[in-house]
Design a protein around this ligand. Sequence first.
Ligand SMILES: Cc1ncc(COP(=O)(O)O)c(C=O)c1O
Length: 333
Amino acid sequence: MEHPSEIPRRFPLAALPTPLHRLPRLSKHLGGPEIWIKRDDLTGLAFGGNKTRKLEFLLSDAIAQGADTILTAGAAQSNHCRQTAAAAARAGLRCELVLGGAPPAAAPQGNLLLDRLLGATVQWTSMEHRISRMEERAAELRAEGGRPYVIPYGGSNGIGAAAYVAAMAETVGQLSGRAAAVTSMVVASSSGGTQAGLCLGAKLARYGGTIIGISIDKGERAPDPYEAEMARIANAAGEWLRLEERCSPDDFRVEYRFLGGGYGVVGDVERESIQLLARLEGILLDPVYTGRAMGGLLQMIRSGEIGRDESVLFWHTGGAPALFAYAEELTTS
Ligand SMILES: Cc1ncc(COP(=O)(O)O)c(C=O)c1O
């Protein structure tokens, strides 16, 4: 996609680079390995998270196209929607969100409360019809003379994923010169843009370890596996960035074992990891994504799949505002 030269490719939203540090008390508690955490929960925009990086590229494209309204979709407690609402506010654009489910009977909590405060318009529809409703709404706005810019679920297209190509370069730079090489990175994976960008970024930045995506909501699929979908997103990012590197489905490792009770259902795995990180390191994970991904990492360490002499990096992709919508589930034990 051509960019008019006067439009910067990144609309600045994030406080970068995000911190990278060790989790010494968690490592000690587990008896090894060395554990690093990349704090993309601290990207800084309206409580931060991984979408802020993607939105820098997406908003830049929206502005280049002369958009007046940003449209996107997600779940009621979508971190992506909350960060999109904040990004649109920063760019002086209107924001309309199509959320799956029904409006809450009581006052909104967590991300939904923040969507309102950030000035987004919220429409509700069934989970299956979110995309079609968003497209319908875009057509309505166009018919009224508006200029909507549609951002897919999770900001996961080539433009959004390009931000995680850059995030990998940032992280490899931060790690260079440290004593032990990181052998595995673990990241929550849902709409795929984050892992896709990291995978392409790894080729570019010459990160030689593995990247393990913990699937948050998808089981193994045929005939169109999640790995193939991520390769398409990564390659769209490669094209957009005019890179030569490409990814294939085989480049992606995804663990589908930690789906628990399904999307957004907090179980013992999430509860334990959230409490452990909070009590040992003073770090707040989220109930839907990073709580589950950290739960997966803990299990892989305890089972020996990740060795005690390794060095592992956990991507904290944000989401803590959703904690406030899960008060009952998080205080049951
Ligand atoms: C906190 C958090 N972590 C991870 C993810 C997953 O990122 P992706 O959708 O790029 O796979 C999301 C997506 O919504 C998220 O909100």
